[in-house]
Design a protein around this ligand. Structure first.
Ligand code: CP
Ligand code: NVA
Length: 314
């Protein structure tokens, strides 16, 4: 029995899902990102690979980028999307993930779901008969890492083995997906998190077995020579009540100019957004010349288009 907080990823013999980077091989992920780069650079008005396909998008948490980038990706590929918000549907009134999955599978060709527990996404996938995509849980954010790795490849080329990444701040869903990405794409990853905010131990264990990861309490040590410096909000969705105590716990973990000075001369700054200037990052860094955050946000759309074609294309 696995000790991982990620369980099974759907029924045996069922459709292919995208619930975690861990479930996909490095080569197929690399091919997906190459496809995304081709889509972006060709400004493709391709033969509409998802013509007639419909994506359902279930949101139990807020979203700007995930929602609009998936919608735009589906439209750009010739398909359609339907948003199922918690407030306007029975998703927010306690209808089970299993029943929702069974019903939506009768209407749409794939479902993207953003929610709290990873287990809920896995339960959903188990009962769906169409592909299910994890659009963020408390544990993981794999779609974001497709865009982040794509942005790294645009900056440094396709081989990322010599591109050390420094994660500064919370050992949260983004940190976990960075650990998975380090395993699948072969770049070294150093994580600096304050005590009490380390990544999930089972994901660290996976990282130690499958990736080159180092954990430290010292953010300056983590950024030394890094070519990518990245961080995220100190209070994720669902942690709004902890904002004050987190601000105190994360003092010293703000990415500022002094920290960026210790990184490599060609280092870039990434952030999945939304960002809180003056908390996890200074305005001078996120709005400065090393920041690639808006390319990163744009790349959500291209990377997800490649993902959708891989999962829903015929
Ligand atoms: N980065 C990201 O997932 O943004 P949204 O919460 O706006 O979707
Ligand atoms: N860690 C953040 C990511 C937002 C895209 C959150 O879960 O709120």
């Amino acid at each position: 029995m696995s000790t991982s907080p990620e369980g099974t990823t759907g029924g045996i013999g069922g459709p292919r899902n995208f619930l975690s980077l861990r479930d996909w091989g490095g080569e197929e992920l690399a091919e997906m990102i190459s496809h995304a780069i081709r889509i972006k650079t060709a400004h493709a008005r391709e033969p509409r690979p998802l013509a007639g396909k419909v994506l359902g998008m279930v949101f139990r948490k807020s979203s700007t980028r995930t929602r609009v980038s998936f919608q735009a990706a589906m439209l750009g590929a010739g398909g359609h999307s339907i948003v199922i918000d918690a407030q306007g549907s029975h998703v927010g009134r306690g209808e089970s993930a299993a029943d929702t999955a069974r019903v939506l599978s009768r209407y749409v060709d794939g479902v993207m779901i953003r929610t709290f527990g990873q287990g809920e996404v896995e339960e959903f996938a188990k009962h769906a008969s169409v592909p299910v995509i994890n659009g963020l849980t408390d544990l993981l954010h794999p779609c974001q890492l497709l865009a982040d790795v794509m942005t790294m490849k645009e900056a440094f080329g396709s081989n990322l083995k010599g591109v050390p990444v420094a994660w500064i701040g919370d050992g949260n869903n983004m940190a976990h997906s960075w650990i998975h990405a380090a395993g699948r794409f072969g770049f070294p990853l150093r994580l600096a998190c304050p005590e009490g905010y380390d990544p999930d131990p089972s994901i660290v264990e996976w990282g130690r077995a499958n990736a080159d990861i180092t954990l430290t309490r010292d953010p300056h040590e983590a950024v030394e020579g890094a070519r990518v410096v990245t961080t995220d909000t100190w209070a994720s969705m669902g942690q709004e009540d902890e904002k004050e105590e987190r601000e105190a716990a994360f003092a010293g973990y703000r990415v500022d100019d002094a920290m960026m000075e210790r990184a490599a001369g060609d280092a870039i700054f990434l952030h999945c957004l939304p960002a809180y200037r003056g908390s996890e990052v200074t305005a001078s860094v996120i709005d400065g010349p090393r920041s690639r955050v808006f390319d990163e946000a744009e790349n959500r759309m291209h990377a997800q288009k490649a993902l959708l074609i891989a999962l829903l294309g015929s």
